[in-house]
Design a protein around this ligand. Structure first.
Ligand code: 13P
Ligand code: SF4
Length: 352
């Protein structure tokens, strides 16, 4: 049985796109940022959805480019005492929850996520209170307060295994906030899940009808789909998974061409690892439809070079530094650590 639950339709406050920089200005900013990172004993932790030049900068400076789970791990284990998180706010908060002794900066605090916006703590908490016998599992794309209300935090690369585990214990689950990822996991595991009805505005736009048309143009291509996409798109996939799992799938599969249904930021890593293969963006809208994100998260796009430079030089750090209330942090750490411990055990089992 699935009970739908959602807050009123949200008018997402899409941010303005960062100004386009000249090559000279880009090179100047990159050089300055490299020096500043060293001076401040800081490392960059970037997501695969940030712009290619941001991912390249993280790599060139010894930082990491990864999925949400690996970003959390890397930030926690980094020797540097300052983390510059290029991603969206929940990623910065997760880093701070895991490493309260480190200073965590973000290019802009306004880089949010439709899943986080669509899951306010008061409403979500009331939903949980109404079903006290359920285990609360929340996606990492949530506020620190929502994490603190949860029993488990998951990312898309470990959600399936964690829900399988909870289901094997006979536990009914409250799942929030991504309804598409939740439905995919419920279908795969058969677990009893009550769904919060949130969505990622980027993945929600992929269209199965338009994808069908595109497949006709590339008959040899394999289709890679992130499970935040609608079920009709997931059903057409040759591989479904988190960002890192999709990159791995493209490496493992013999196909030369891939249609990719996730944020186009991922093409940087795919092309870097597989220069001989061809990657094509999955269509985000059918004929005549409007495209809100055009397969690139407007909040991830806010992580520009100017904003990074600002975050490392500003005297008033309040617009860039992440703080999480102590009591909330301690509570949110419990479900986050459950995920990280579960993931470490799973890794150990696989390599045994
Ligand atoms: P993953 O990188 O964990 O797959 O997360 C996708 C996402 O939407 C992050 O915002
Ligand atoms: Fe959130 Fe989607 Fe953007 Fe990821 S891509 S940060 S899930 S809106």
């Amino acid at each position: 049985m699935t009970i739908a639950y959602r807050i009123d339709q949200i008018d997402y406050p899409f941010p303005a796109k960062p100004a386009v920089l000249s090559d000279v200005r880009k090179a100047e900013l990159k050089d300055k940022i490299k020096v500043l990172l060293k001076e401040k004993n800081a490392t960059m932790v970037a997501h695969y959805y940030t712009d290619p030049e941001i991912q390249a900068l993280a790599e060139e400076t010894g930082g990491c480019v990864a999925d949400s789970l690996e970003m959390a791990r890397f930030g926690r284990d980094a020797a540097e005492q300052t983390l510059l998180v290029a991603g969206v706010k929940f990623m910065g908060e997760t880093a701070k929850i895991l490493s309260p002794e480190k200073r965590v900066f973000m290019p802009t605090m306004e880089a949010t996520c439709s899943l986080d916006l669509g899951c306010p703590i008061e409403e979500f908490s009331a939903f949980c209170d109404a079903h006290p016998d359920h285990t609360v599992v929340v996606y990492a794309n949530t506020s620190a307060a929502v994490k603190a209300r949860a029993d488990w935090v998951v990312t898309s690369s470990i959600a399936l295994e964690i829900v399988e585990h909870l289901d094997s214990l006979g536990k009914p689950i409250i799942w929030g906030p991504d309804r598409h990822l939740g439905s995919y996991i419920a279908k795969k595991t058969g677990a009893e899940m009550l769904m919060w009805q949130g969505e990622c505005i980027v993945h929600d736009e992929f269209s199965s009808q338009a994808l069908q048309d595109m497949k006709a143009l590339y008959p040899e291509a394999a289709v890679l789909v992130h499970p935040e996409s609608p079920a009709s798109v997931v059903e057409m996939a040759d591989a479904v998974g988190s960002t890192s799992q999709l990159i791995q799938a493209a490496q493992d599969m013999p196909n030369q061409t891939f249609i990719v249904a996730t944020d186009k930021g991922i093409f940087y890593k795919m092309q870097q690892l597989m220069p001989e293969k061809q990657f094509v963006e999955a269509p985000t809208a059918g004929n005549g439809a409007t495209c809100k994100s055009c397969a690139h998260c407007p909040w991830m796009a806010m992580n520009g070079l100017e904003a990074i430079y600002q975050s490392l030089t500003t005297v008033d750090t309040s617009a860039h530094e992440i703080f999480v209330d102590d009591a909330l942090r301690e509570q949110a750490l419990i479900p986050l650590n459950r995920m990280l411990d579960f993931s470490a055990q799973l890794k150990a089992k696989k390599s045994a």
